[in-house]
Ligand binder design. Structure first.
Ligand code: C5P
Length: 234
């Protein structure tokens, strides 16, 4: 393990494999794992549950500001709770996937969640679940806005074709033409909406690009760990 706490920031478009790869990197390096996408999903779930109109930006902000969210940062236990409810699975529902960008493009909501994310990263650098080893934080704006000073910053990309096929397999169990078509909203439309507030299509200065189009899971994890080792004496 590194002598100093490590912050690894990973951004990328939908279907690039960010979640599974980031989680596995955290597991192998003994770090915490922060899924910032789950925070936006939880916020959208909570607004719907509270009956808030997602077009009413002010009400959405007020509800998100006081939401009783708790999240585990153990890569082997990614439980998300709102009050006593375990919403880990519920926030993966397509009803949330189709609406989450609406909440995530609210700039006041972004400021609230970005502050929570920075606090969580700082907590892991000073102790927390990782005992001060550090954290892998994954999202859309981690390398650029939330943790631009992270020790390692990676943009995980893949071709549109590869991303659609992957997501179609995850959601529909197959990547045939019909499944790929059904996945377009969740991948292409969502990324287009998200791109209006975050830059995750091209790497910012100092951010390493890992293109997973022709890599399998193991090779992608290895490529990210190689990027980590190039800057840290792990
Ligand atoms: O990573 P995931 O696909 O679960 O993210 C869900 C949504 O959360 C994204 O489509 C985006 O709207 C939002 N998000 C964001 N900024 C992040 C992480 C996620 O806007 N750092």
């Amino acid at each position: 393990m590194s002598a100093h706490p490590l912050t690894i920031a990973i951004d990328g478009p939908s279907g690039s494999g960010k979640s599974s790869v980031s989680k596995e990197v955290a597991r192998r390096l003994g770090l915490a794992y922060l899924d910032t996408g789950a925070m936006y999903r939880a916020a959208a779930w909570w607004c719907l549950r509270e009956g808030v109109d997602l077009d009413d930006a002010e009400s959405v902000t007020a509800v998100v500001d006081t939401m009783p969210l708790t999240m585990s940062v153990d890569p082997d236990d990614t439980t998300v709770r709102m009050d006593e409810f375990n919403i880990t699975e519920l926030i993966r529902d397509s009803a949330i996937s189709t609406r989450v960008s609406k909440v995530a493009t609210n700039l006041d909501v972004r400021a609230i969640l970005q502050n929570l994310q920075r606090a969580r990263i700082a907590a892991e650098r000073n102790g927390g679940f990782s005992g001060g080893a550090g954290i892998v934080a994954k999202g859309r704006d981690i390398t650029t806005v939330v943790a631009p000073d992270a020790d390692v910053r990676v943009l995980l990309t893949a071709s549109e074709e590869a991303r659609l096929a992957r997501r179609a397999k995850d959601v529909h169990g197959t990547a045939d033409a019909q499944a790929v078509e059904a996945t377009k909203d969740e991948v292409l439309r969502r990324d287009a909406d998200d791109s209006t507030v975050s830059q995750f299509q091209i790497a910012a200065d100092g951010v390493v690009t890992v293109d997973s189009s022709d890599l399998d899971f193991e090779q992608t994890v290895a490529a990210v760990i190689a990027a980590v080792r190039s800057v840290s004496a792990l």
